[in-house]
Design a protein around this ligand. Structure first.
Ligand SMILES: [Zn+2]
Length: 314
């Protein structure tokens, strides 16, 4: 992955909430641990794994066990403002693509810029509503969000209430590569960001309201997640063709995205946790499905090709 050194970066939608965070300020609602009881089986890291998966699907789900816009959470304290985007110096020096080539924080900004450019053009061009960008917040420790308080253990997620993507950047090394044994690489994080951005697109399209069933191989939750993978593939294809920001994306990068999709498959997570594979517990889809839907977005490049809700076979 290489960035156009002359590209000018826009840090306006990317912020860092600093470390620590959390607490129960402003009536923030503590996010329950839906997988807590199931995670009681032993492996310490399992809680983290389960949380990552449950939170992102349920946050997109409307209903389920996590607070969502439809489930009575008090959203008045969150608003849609950007006040929780506390200014920090973390991204202050990210000016150009050259900075992105030498600094992974700046690379995150460049990837965000690329994703925003892609959807700003493609969403209306493919019959969707006009595009409004999400914000992206990095944090460490804990963070208060429009969807409640979250800690690093939840992994990256999108909150539809405040339309922000939250990310503790230690997740990639600690969980994805460490606990789950992914191969890693510099295109892992862009894949995850593009997936979370896919949830924002679903929010803009109203797709999240379609989610009724939260678990199981044919569930709406799985359809929502596979669609986010497909949307990530759409962006990855455009990025690999070259845009204003990315000039060097090769098959090795795409392979890293595919490996990440494989790494976070529900069947693989279940295997890693020693529970045995049980599709009834799936919320995101199997490794094979996640790779295949990413590829569908990559190869077809259309929202229609990513219509997992109409697909007879997932
Ligand atoms: Zn997701």
């Amino acid at each position: 992955m290489r960035f156009n050194p002359k590209a000018r970066l826009d840090t306006g939608r990317v912020g860092d909430s600093g470390s620590g965070g959390g607490g129960m300020r402003g009536g923030g609602m503590r996010i329950p641990i839906p997988g807590g009881t199931r995670a009681g089986g032993g492996i310490g890291g399992l809680v983290i794994i389960v949380l990552f998966f449950v939170i992102s699907s349920c946050l997109g789900g409307g209903g389920g066990t996590l607070p969502s816009p439809d489930s009575g959470i008090d959203t008045s304290q969150s608003g849609s403002d950007s006040s929780r985007m506390q200014d920090s110096e973390r991204y202050a020096n990210c000016k150009t693509g050259e900075d992105a080539n030498t600094d992974e924080d700046c690379a995150r900004v460049a990837v965000e810029n690329s994703i925003v450019d892609f959807w700003a053009e493609q969403l209306p061009a493919q019959g969707g509503p006009s595009f409004t960008p999400a914000k992206m917040i990095t944090f460490s420790g804990g963070v208060d969000t429009g969807c409640g308080q979250a800690t690093s253990q939840v992994g990256p997620f999108y909150c539809p209430v405040d339309q922000q993507i939250y990310l503790d950047t230690t997740f990639f090394a600690d969980v994805l590569e460490g606990q789950l044994g992914g191969q890693g690489g510099d295109f892992v994080e862009p894949y995850v960001l593009a997936h979370e951005y896919g949830h924002h697109i679903q929010n803009l399209l109203g797709t999240m309201g379609k989610v009724r069933t939260q678990k199981g191989p044919e569930s709406d939750a799985v359809r929502l997640e596979l669609q986010a993978d497909c949307y990530a593939g759409m962006w990855a294809k455009a990025a690999s063709d070259g845009d204003n920001f990315l000039v060097g994306l090769d098959q090795g990068d795409i392979d890293e995205a595919l490996d990440s999709a494989k790494t976070v498959g529900d069947d693989r997570i279940q295997q890693k946790s020693g529970q045995g594979v049980n599709p009834d517990g799936w919320t995101h889809g199997s490794s094979e499905q996640r790779m295949r839907w990413f590829s569908a977005g990559f190869n077809e490049g259309t929202l229609v090709a990513c219509d997992t809700f109409s697909a007879s076979q997932l």
